[in-house]
Every structure is written in structure tokens, then in C-alpha cells.
Design a protein around this ligand. Structure first.
Ligand code: GDP
Length: 526
């Protein structure tokens, strides 16, 4: 059935890495395969190559914020790949976590000289919570690296994951000659000067193939044979089921900047990575090939077009087929919306989505009615779960420099909260707003955005508040609690009551006095 084929050929994935490991470079090279950056075959002048790249960047600049890099959809060898970008800086980890909730697998990029770094590890743990299949790319083999066996050991030990190399490097740094593909018995020779070209591997009948002796110097071939013997003795064979369960990672070696090993990992994702998964709603599980469409908002991005105050809701289609003009039920409000202007993020361009399938990401422009965690369906009441929310760890007060702009500031803050950029609380008393974030850099970004996007100069100031916790329970009980703690109560952007505690004693007393209430550090975004 054509419809099911469309879904089965989709691979929705993200790349996780520590800054500088090569995520951007790998992304760029992957797009090369999708035709986003034009290739003119083997012989292409350097200047031309540079121009192709800078054109690409100019388009990005014109769009203001790099839209295309949030989601990049491209086709390769009969499959459709949706690559979701995750912001690199630690302070934006909320966005990263949400993005990871919308993919089915991930590529973990390691710098071969550094191995597992702090951010790699953190992101990996998020993936592990979802038992997400991880494919490892050991990058920068053209530089001095750690010993490949030590690297495998490090992955296995620090991440408690079985490792199974699918390619094996021949030399490293200046002596890096290429890789031997252990699954296909192919030799891939490394050529430093051909960073934008795509070369096929040389088929071999095994490590005793006489071709190898012609192509590799003796010492390199001997070392390769020794290494492979050891690998086959030490490492488990690649087991696709263990990979799909998230207990084994296949390891590719390469050099992204030289476009080496990139095609192999892309084919690996195409062949082994999971197709769109079953969605989990509070009501039931939803299979991707169900006829009826359902979808989940996992990210909101503001001002993609600086001329409009539009926001784009990034929506993962969980089941069925989306068609332009579809009338969808917005489950939280119960309203029906006709979606005519959804966008697809083709690597080359953004275009109006005529049709999209389970696994795809579409962007729906809206004025604030769509929020993170919202579900869209063809009528059924489903509420998808799994978009993570984070406890605001640092709280500050914010005030407009011009008191006449207080109302505008309030609106700006609400929008930013819906977008997921921060938690925003309006205390019952007083005119200041309280903003909660996970990383301190977020305050700088917020104040900059409020000034440039909303033209409201404002100031953030420290507070003596320790924590903000959502209060849930019997409505009457919640009201009684709110009434007797008026000075410490606030509401979030959606109107839910929040208790602003000055210290832990304050919080403990509230909990003791109202044992039937729940105090929550986060609010599930469903
Ligand atoms: P990101 O921070 O993970 O996105 O890393 P980038 O892709 O920006 O790469 C960080 C730096 O490493 C850049 O200077 C790249 O040119 C360089 N780089 C990326 N891949 C390779 C590689 O395979 N070999 C070498 N030598 N450098 C690389």
C-alpha cells in the first residue's frame, strides 16, 4: 500500500554532540546528499564550491533566524530523511530535549581526539530515557586521535552501551588512509582534496582480497588485519534489534569536513534506523499507519519572518497523512482549524506543504493558539504525552524601563512562555513579573528579544525567591490555599496557580498545612 510505504521510508533523526565535535559540518555534508548544496561531480573548482556554500548562508541570513536549520528534510536513495537540529549551547537545553522527543533516532558525533565529552553524555542520557537508537560517528580521523580501541572502550564504559564498529579506520591523522567497511567488506579510500564529492567504496572479497595489497601499503594492511581480528574477537557483531532497543550502538569512523564516512552513516540510518514510531497518548497508543491524522506540537519558534509577529508551531505528524487544507481539531481548545499554510522544511527551501506523512515535521504559522504539547487530530480526543518540561531553577523579576509599557511587557512575556523560552509568573500582588529559567544565559537572550522583537526595554533583577511550584488539587482546596497565601501566589501564562516560595522552610510549611495538595516542580505539557 503506497500510504504505508510513504511512512516506512521516513527516517526522523537528530544529531547530538558536544560543541565543536563537528555537528554543523556533518549536517552540511548530509545536506550535500540531499542536493541542498549543489555538487558538480568530481571536478569542481574550489571557488565555485565556496560560492555554493556562501549562497546557502545568505539565504539563512535573509530568513533572520535559521529556519531551515531547525528541520531539514531531504531525500536520498528512496528514503525521506527529516533531520532536526538541536541548539548547541547548554542554556538552550530545554529546546534540545523537546526536539529529541520528536525524533526516532540520533547520531552521536564524537571528536576522535576527545571521546565522550560532558554535553555528549548529557544528551545521550536524554536519549537513553527514551531507549532511543543511537548511531555513533567518530569524527576528525584526519587528525591525531585517541586509539580506536580505547574510544570503543570509553563509549562502552561511560555510556554502558554495547559497541559494534561497522567500519574500521586505517591509520589516523596524517597517515589516515581510509576505512574498511566491516559489514559490506568494502574499502573506502580517503582523499583529502575531495571534500564535496561522493565516492563509492571498493568491493572486496574479504581482508585477503589481493586488491587490498595493491591499494594499501604493507604495514597498513597488516595492521588492519590485526585490528579487525581483534575487533571481531572483542566486539559483539552488529545486531539490529539490540540497536533498535537502544542497547547497542553501531560505530562509524570518518572525517566530516572531508565528507568521508558521511555517505556510509547516511546509508546506515536509511537501512537500520527505525521508521516512525507509535505515539503515546493518555487515551491510547497511536500507530503511525492509522488512516486518521494526528500530530503533536513540540516546539514553537517566534518571528521566523521579522516582518510578521507570526509564530511557527513545529508539529510532528504521529499518524496518517496531512493534506493541505485539512480541518484539524485542536484538542486543548476543542476548536477546529483549517490548515492551509503549513510549511515543509525542504533542505533547499521552505515550501507550502501539500501533503505530509507520519514521521514528517510541518510548520504551522499561528498567532499564539498553538502551544507546546498540544495535540491535533481529525476529531478524536487524544492528548499526546512525552514533551518534557523543566523546573525553572533561577527566578528573576522583570520590569519595563517605561512603566507605561508594563502591559505590553506582560503580553511579550506570555508569548515567550508559550514558545517555551521561559516560565513566566504573574504574582497576585504587585506589578512585576517573575521569570524562571534553567540556565542564566536565557535572561540575556530574553531581554534582548524583548527589546528587539517587542521594542520594550526592560530590566531583570534578582529575587529572594527559591522556587516556583505549581499547586494542584481539589479546586476548593487550591482556592483556600491561594487565599491564605496571597502574597506568595502567582499564575503562569496559562492561568494555572503557582506558589512562589522564599525558602525551603516556607515551602515545607505549606506542604504540611495542606497535605492534600500537590506541589509540582514542572508541569507536563500535554
Ligand atoms: P559543532 O560545534 O559540533 O557544530 O562543530 P563544527 O561542525 O562547527 O566543527 C568544529 C570545528 O571542527 C570546525 O572548525 C570544523 O571545520 C572542524 N571539523 C569538523 N569536522 C572535521 C574533520 O573531520 N576534521 C577536521 N580536521 N576538522 C573538522
Amino acid at each position: 500500500m503506497a500510504f504505508e510505504n510513504e511512512i516506512d521510508r521516513r527516517r526522523t533523526f537528530a544529531i547530538i554532540s558536544h560543541p565543536d565535535a563537528g555537528k554543523t559540518t556533518l549536517t552540511e555534508k548530509l545536506l550535500l546528499f540531499g542536493g541542498a548544496i549543489q555538487m558538480a561531480g568530481e571536478v569542481k573548482a574550489k571557488g565555485e564550491r565556496r560560492r555554493a556554500r556562501s549562497d546557502w548562508m545568505k539565504v539563512e541570513q535573509e530568513r533572520g533566524i535559521s529556519v531551515a536549520s531547525s528541520v531539514m528534510t531531504f531525500d536520498y536513495e528512496g528514503r525521506t530523511f527529516n533531520l532536526l537540529d538541536t541548539p548547541g549551547h547548554e542554556d538552550f537545553s530545554e529546546d534540545t530535549y523537546r526536539t529529541l522527543s520528536a525524533v526516532d533516532s540520533a547520531i552521536m558525533v564524537l571528536d576522535a581526539a576527545k571521546g565522550i565529552e560532558t554535553q555528549t553524555r548529557k544528551l545521550f542520557e536524554v536519549c537513553r530515557l527514551r531507549d532511543m537508537p543511537i548511531t555513533t560517528f567518530v569524527n576528525k580521523m584526519d587528525r591525531e586521535t585517541k586509539d580506536p580501541f580505547d574510544l570503543l572502550d570509553e563509549i562502552e564504559q561511560t555510556l554502558a552501551l554495547d559497541v559494534s564498529p561497522v567500519s574500521w579506520p586505517i591509520g589516523m591523522g596524517r597517515d589516515f588512509l581510509g576505512c574498511y567497511d566491516l559489514l559490506k567488506d568494502e574499502l573506502n579510500l580517503f582523499d583529502r582534496s575531495k571534500g564535496d564529492t561522493i565516492k563509492e567504496g571498493i568491493k572486496c572479497s574479504g581482508l585477503d582480497d589481493p586488491k587490498l595489497a595493491e591499494l594499501l601499503p604493507d604495514h597498513a594492511l597488516n595492521k588492519l588485519r590485526e585490528d579487525v581480528d581483534m575487533v571481531r574477537g572483542l566486539c559483539p557483531e552488529f545486531d539490529v534489534n539490540a540497536y533498535l532497543e537502544g542497547t547497542m550502538t553501531p560505530v562509524f569512523f570518518g572525517s566530516a569536513i572531508n565528507n568521508f564516512g558521511v555517505q556510509e552513516i547516511l546509508r546506515g540510518i536509511g537501512q537500520f534506523a527505525p521508521k516512525p514510531r507509535v505515539g503515546k497518548a493518555l487515551e491510547r497508543s497511536v500507530a503511525p499507519n492509522e488512516e486518521k491524522m494526528s500530530a503533536l506540537v513540540f516546539k514553537i519558534q517566534a518571528n521566523m519572518d521579522p516582518k510578521h509577529r507570526d509564530r511557527i508551531a513545529f508539529v510532528r505528524i504521529v499518524s496518517g497523512r496531512f493534506k493541505k487544507g485539512a480541518k484539524l481539531k485542536h484538542v486543548r481548545s476543542g476548536k477546529i482549524m483549517a490548515v492551509h499554510n503549513a510549511q515543509l522544511f525542504l533542505a533547499q527551501d521552505r515550501e507550502i506543504a501539500e501533503e505530509a506523512f507520519a514521521g514528517d515535521i510541518i510548520g504551522i504559522p499561528n498567532h499564539g493558539n498553538l502551544r507546546i504539547g498540544d495535540t491535533l487530530t481529525e476529531g478524536e480526543t487524544l492528548r499526546f504525552t512525552g514533551v518534557p518540561s523543566f523546573a525553572p531553577e533561577i527566578l528573576q523579576k522583570v520590569r519595563a524601563d517605561d512603566p507605561m509599557k508594563a502591559k505590553h511587557l506582560g503580553r511579550a512575556l506570555e508569548q515567550l512562555a508559550e514558545e517555551g523560552a521561559a516560565r513566566v509568573f504573574k504574582p497576585n500582588l504587585g506589578s512585576d513579573w517573575v521569570v524562571g529559567v534553567v540556565g542564566p544565559l536565557q535572561f540575556d537572550v530574553l531581554s534582548d528579544r524583548i527589546r528587539t522583537e517587542y521594542q520594550i526595554p526592560c530590566r531583570f533583577e534578582p529575587t529572594t525567591l527559591m522556587t516556583a511550584e505549581w499547586v494542584e488539587g481539589e479546586p476548593r482546596e487550591v482556592k483556600a490555599f491561594s487565599d491564605s497565601n496571597r502574597a506568595s501566589m502567582a499564575v503562569d501564562h496559562a492561568g494555572a496557580p503557582v506558589y512562589l516560595a522564599r525558602n525551603s522552610w516556607h515551602l515545607d510549611r505549606a506542604k504540611d498545612d495542606y497535605p492534600s495538595l500537590k506541589f509540582l516542580k514542572t508541569k507536563e505539557e500535554i
